[in-house]
Design a protein around this ligand. Structure first.
Ligand code: PEP
Ligand code: MG
Length: 686
């Protein structure tokens, strides 16, 4: 028997993804593999069993391997743990190291979803209008369908023929597997890769050896397959939910979701648990799971509105990938709207109008038409520049996180890269990338852009996204801690290596450097001095250099920075978070943490004024730059460049082409004098 004691350093512990990787490795070996965490013991070949370990970051676990191939199994497990169990960069750094690592007893990391803008006020609205949070753009008009699941009533508690019963169960599992594979494929072709991963987890749960064994034992004792399956799923899901970990609760929901899919098939019930009418509807629900959302029949569902949920939920992300207008977090009152009531769902401004008047209906049809035209025209004219009707040009560039994005950005009409998030190169690994490895990636991205400029943001890491090879002590407030430029200046070895790689790549095309999280002129000076020194060493020309404006102090001091930097790029995700003192990932604050808050707009205006006075340009690289309600205001404020996610490029360009610059300027003026964000959004209603 082999034993390995390790401390889990994955920011989110052994949750679904690393646990799944672990299970997949364990399954390749014949040996018995167990994992111990405190009093708990798990079968390493069962995902559910591994999840119920509740091993968080900092947990000490022991791995016991016993069997004919134990050496090979242990070697592979050890290597996988050292390289982070394959956790993707969305989930931050993931890794485990062999003990001793007694200091790592800090709390959980967090998934970092994208920032969302939202509308929350319920004041000054027509009585028949409910406001939620816009989750996927577009306008849908149609009758309501309240999506409520039919109860599954298990009539047969026992069975006469266990073998036959097990055959029925296996057939149901196979059918469920086929459906999940299809849903996964659909999301992959819509570019919703991480959402497609959810179905990977579902597929893994379907294959869970322990789950199946437990059901088998019950059926052999003549329990009906349906009852045995349901009770096993319930007990396991409750076991995971009882760990009180928000990430694991999501896994409990996944288990429920996939378990009920099989149960419905087994019972011959409606496969989705609800039957859509045979005509197009707008779905209203308390909440939708990812598989609910992905399974919605596009020929019959025009859009959806949920009482709960957030704009960064998987359901919202899937809706965006499937081009399905959606509003979330609209409150329980939507559940009282009768089926077949005519409504207008507006996924751009986040409203649901119930039983609209003829006038509102007409306006909505026009708005819907404008949006559809904009979207289809947008793709046709993606390669054209974004120039307002009266000739004011705004550059539209891409936010990217790798070479694949760079290639897609060019196809989608990007005029360059406004933000290359370099973190992807540093996460998910046990050692820092070498200078050469970094150089090759930066060079390939620069080459992919065919002489269009690429802004490389230096490493923005630390706090919530720790690196295994950078020793950052646990911080109470990671977002206010040693992150971004602060961390790089404190770790010149890491910083120099990255800067040298970037400067070498600059020989292959127009490349600019941008520093994140700059709060103070001294940080800018130190960073610039380092680049100057390295340029001398490398005999390379000095590239253009700028800062991200994402800390309010940088916006307030923009005039002092303006004479020194070559450009500013405003990171509205963080600027909103720090200006409003609202965690950008806080689910309850999602509706209030709005980049269209006049306080944020005033900081943007101040930065633009200071920059233009000094003859410098300003970009926006936060999510706000692609928000259809924000684009006219940002253009009106004089922002010179919008850097947006790759799929948003054509529509942002098309929207700019539909604008009139003086009209946008007066909208911007008006927005600056609003008191709260919902007032700004009300002004921008489409
Ligand atoms: C921002 O803060 O707006 C930004 C673009 O940076 P990130 O989202 O990577 O923090
Ligand atoms: Mg930021």
């Amino acid at each position: 028997m082999k034993q390995l004691d390790v401390v889990i350093r994955n920011p989110t512990g052994l949750h679904a993804r690393p646990a799944k990787t672990f299970v997949n490795i364990a399954k390749q070996f014949k040996s018995d593999i167990r994992v111990l965490h405190g009093e708990k013991k798990a079968n390493a070949k069962s995902l559910i069993s591994m999840l119920t370990l509740g091993a968080e970051r900092g947990s000490q676990i022991s791995i016991l391997v016993d069997g004919e191939d134990e050496d090979a199994a242990m070697a592979e497990i050890e290597a996988a743990l050292a390289s982070g169990l394959g956790e993707g960069d969305q989930l931050g750094q993931a890794s485990a190291v062999q003990k001793p690592a007694p200091e790592s007893t800090d709390g959980k990391g967090q998934v970092q979803p994208a920032q969302a803008s939202a509308v929350q006020s319920r004041s000054a609205m027509p009585a028949n209008q409910i406001r939620g949070i816009p989750a996927a753009p577009g306008i849908a008009i149609g009758p309501v369908f309240q999506l409520k699941r039919s109860e599954i009533v298990i009539v047969d508690e026992s069975c006469d023929d266990p073998d036959e019963e097990l055959e029925r169960l296996k057939a149901a599992i196979e059918k469920a597997r086929g459906q999940l594979v299809l849903l996964r494929k659909q999301l992959l072709t819509s570019n919703a890769h991480s959402e497609a991963d959810i179905f990977d987890v579902h597929l893994e749960l379907l294959d869970d050896a322990e789950l199946l064994d437990a059901v088998l034992v019950k059926v052999q004792k003549k329990q009906s397959a349906a009852r045995a399956w349901q009770s096993t799923i319930e007990t396991r899901a409750q076991g995971i939910a009882a760990l009180n970990d928000p990430l694991l609760s999501a896994r409990a929901a996944d288990l429920h979701d996939v378990g009920y899919r099989v149960l419905r098939i087994l019972m011959g019930a409606d496969e989705q648990g609800f039957a859509l009418p045979d005509h197009p509807v707008i779905v209203i629900a308390q909440n939708l799971s990812p598989s609910d959302t992905a399974s919605l029949d596009r020929s019959r569902v025009l859009g959806f509105c949920t009482a709960a949920g957030g704009p960064t939920s998987h359901a919202a992300i899937i809706a965006r990938a499937l081009n399905l207008p959606a509003v979330v977090s609209a409150g329980a009152e939507i559940l009282a709207v009768d089926n077949a009531t005519q409504v207008v769902l507006n996924g751009i401004d986040g409203t649901l109008v119930i039983a609209p008047s003829e006038d509102v209906l007409e306006q909505s049809r026009q708005a819907q038409h404008r949006w559809q035209t904009l979207r289809s025209e947008a793709h046709k004219s993606a390669a054209q520049p974004a120039v307002t009707r009266d000739g004011h040009r705004v550059e539209v560039v891409a936010n990217i996180g790798g070479l694949e994005d760079a290639r897609k950005a060019v196809q989608m009409g990007a005029e360059g890269v406004g933000l290359l998030r370099t973190e992807f190169l540093f996460l998910d690994r046990a050692d820092a990338p070498s200078e050469h490895e970094q150089f090759e990636v930066y060079r390939d991205i620069v080459l992919a852009l065919n002489n269009q400029p690429v802004i490389v943001r230096t490493l923005d890491i630390g706090g919530d996204k720790p690196l295994l090879y950078v020793d950052v002590p646990h911080e109470e407030n990671p977002f206010l801690g040693e992150r971004g430029i602060r961390l790089c200046l404190a770790r010149p070895d890491l910083f120099r290596l990255q800067l040298r790689a970037i400067l070498r790549a600059a020989a292959y095309g127009p490349l600019r450097i941008m520093f994140p999280m700059v709060a103070d002129l001294s940080e800018w000076r130190a960073a610039r001095a380092l680049v100057e020194e390295l340029c001398r060493d490398l005999n390379a020309p000095l590239p253009e250099m700028g800062i991200m404006v994402e800390v309010p102090s940088a916006a307030l001091m923009a005039d002092a920075f303006a004479s020194q930097v070559d450009f500013f790029s405003i990171g509205t995700n963080d600027l909103t978070q720090y200006t409003l003192a609202m965690d950008r990932m806080h689910p309850k604050l999602a509706g209030k943490s709005d980049g269209l808050h006049p306080a944020v707009l005033r900081l943007i205006a101040r930065t633009v004024d200071a920059a233009h006075k000094a003859g410098k340009w300003v970009g926006i690289c936060g999510e706000l730059g692609a928000d259809p309600q924000a684009v006219p205001i940002l253009v009106g404020l004089g922002v010179d460049e919008l850097s947006v996610s790759v799929p948003a490029i054509p529509t942002v360009k098309a929207q700019i082409r539909s604008l009139d610059f003086p009209a946008s300027q007066s909208l911007a003026e008006q927005a600056l004098s609003c008191a709260v964000a919902p007032e700004v959004r009300a002004m921008m209603r489409v």
